[in-house]
Design a protein around this ligand. Structure first.
Ligand SMILES: CC(C)(COP(=O)(O)OP(=O)(O)OC[C@H]1O[C@@H](n2cnc3c(N)ncnc32)[C@H](O)[C@@H]1OP(=O)(O)O)[C@@H](O)C(=O)NCCC(=O)NCCS
Length: 393
């Protein structure tokens, strides 16, 4: 019989494998759905607070439910000064005297992970995995993470911290804590949209990590710390920072005309480099979130600083070459980099902002895991040496 030449699918990284049920989110080639609502519908008509409620509680909030939820988010933003002092102190020390020789040798994501771990020590319900306690902890985590991000940025900027402002929306408060400026309506709106787009994505690497940790009966803060660790990498959430760094490199390297964008990219392809902000495990024909965020990023530039449009023009050129030569589309992290950069947000805070949003998705999954738990413990195919005798070898 003739041998078949068909290549076996590459299943490394669990590619193409469905490994469990969820009611939180559905991701397929054409749609991203949070608990029955399509992402474009949510981005057009909902706020981040509404989406957070939807993910955590499971249904669209009534006006009374939303008012109560929003109030809980606003009233839980404070973090004790001793925790904030540690976060600001680590960030300031690393900027002043980085052990690895580079100011970002301890990344804000690592500092944020430390911050969430510290929050667990101060949370009276840390070890309580009941549904009621987990809902309260989800709200506390979502409310306090922007305060930790602000404390970290204060250390990086060597300035006083700003206190959370309960009069501001979740998105506006996050911007205020990070930048020390009360955001314009358009800045708060664009941040709100990005938080909606980043909130949930079924069994992505960080959510899966959180669920694995939760499945051992560990607590919500531990599971979120694990999620932060997984999100940090540039193949996952870290891609929004990496995409902006890459665009800056292209802008600088092509500025004097000695090399074109086309040539820059050909070199990257020849060196087999991955271009950050492109490609996706599920979306092979484009990420619906990318177009939505690009549109809002451009709207921000139009209203606030048209000179920043140069980043979107460069992005369009890179995107066109990537599609022409590799047939690979941008993911949401590509326009995110340009959008946050145009808004003046420091690049190392892009992935922590992702955490400020995705924590709602993680917590929804942690609660779902605990509600119907069996420890996640897959098998491995052994590919090591044959059995040997210790004494004879
Ligand atoms: C997202 C990502 C991790 C998905 O990984 P994956 O599902 O394992 O994708 P694959 O490795 O199967 O990609 C298929 C092919 O496209 C190539 N490819 C995928 N993304 C690429 C990218 N960003 N730049 C260049 N080539 C890319 C791969 O090298 C591979 O080529 P090959 O068949 O010649 O080896 C991957 O696309 C990537 O690394 N992107 C850059 C990081 C990023 O933006 N991450 C954020 C994701 S939301």
């Amino acid at each position: 019989m003739a041998a078949t030449s068909e290549k076996a699918p590459d299943t490394r990284g669990l590619a193409g494998q469905t490994i469990g049920d969820t009611s939180v989110c559905s991701v397929n080639q054409t749609q991203l759905i949070y608990r029955g609502y399509e992402i474009a519908d949510l981005a057009a008509h909902a706020t981040f607070e509404e989406v957070a409620f939807l993910l955590l509680v499971g249904h669209k909030p009534s006006p009374a439910e939303l008012a109560d939820f929003d109030q809980q988010l606003r009233s839980n933003r404070e973090v004790s000064e001793d925790i904030l002092d540690i976060i600001t102190g680590i960030a300031a020390a690393r900027i002043a005297s980085p052990p690895g020789g580079h100011p970002d040798s301890l990344h804000p994501m690592s500092i944020l992970q430390t911050g969430v771990s510290l929050l667990s020590h101060a949370d009276p319900e840390c070890e309580d995995n009941s549904p009621e306690a987990e809902m309260r902890k989800s709200i506390r985590l979502a409310a306090k993470i922007p305060t930790l991000i602000g404390a970290c940025q204060a250390g990086r900027d060597n300035r006083e911290r700003h206190a959370p402002d309960a009069s501001l929306s979740h998105a506006a408060n996050l911007l205020w804590l990070m930048t020390g400026k009360k955001p314009s309506d358009i800045a708060a709106k664009v941040m709100d949209i990005s938080l909606i787009l980043y909130a949930e994505h079924d069994f992505n690497a960080s959510t899966f990590t959180s669920r694995v940790i939760a499945s051992t009966n560990s607590d919500m803060h531990s599971s979120v710390c694990g999620g932060i660790g997984a999100l940090k990498g540039n193949l996952h959430g870290g891609a929004n920072e990496a995409a902006m760094d890459m665009l800056s490199d292209i802008m600088n390297d092509t500025a004097d005309g000695s090399i074109t964008v086309d040539a820059w990219m050909k070199k990257a392809f020849d060196e087999k480099r991955k271009l950050m902000g492109f490609g996706h495990r599920v979306y092979k024909n484009g990420d619906h979130r990318a177009g939505i965020l690009r549109g809002w990023g451009l709207k921000y530039c139009d209203q606030v600083d048209p000179s920043m449009k140069k980043w979107f023009d460069l992005g369009d050129e890179v995107q066109a070459i990537m599609l022409r030569d590799k047939n690979i589309h941008p993911n949401v992290d590509f326009p995110c980099g340009m959008t946050y950069y145009s808004m003046g947000i420091p690049v190392p805070q892009y992935t922590p902002i992702f955490v400020a949003s995705r924590v709602t998705g993680w917590c929804a999954h942690i609660m779902e895991q605990h509600a119907n738990n069996r420890i996640i413990r897959p098998l491995a195919h052994y590919a090591g040496p044959e059995l040997m005798s210790w004494q004879d070898s």
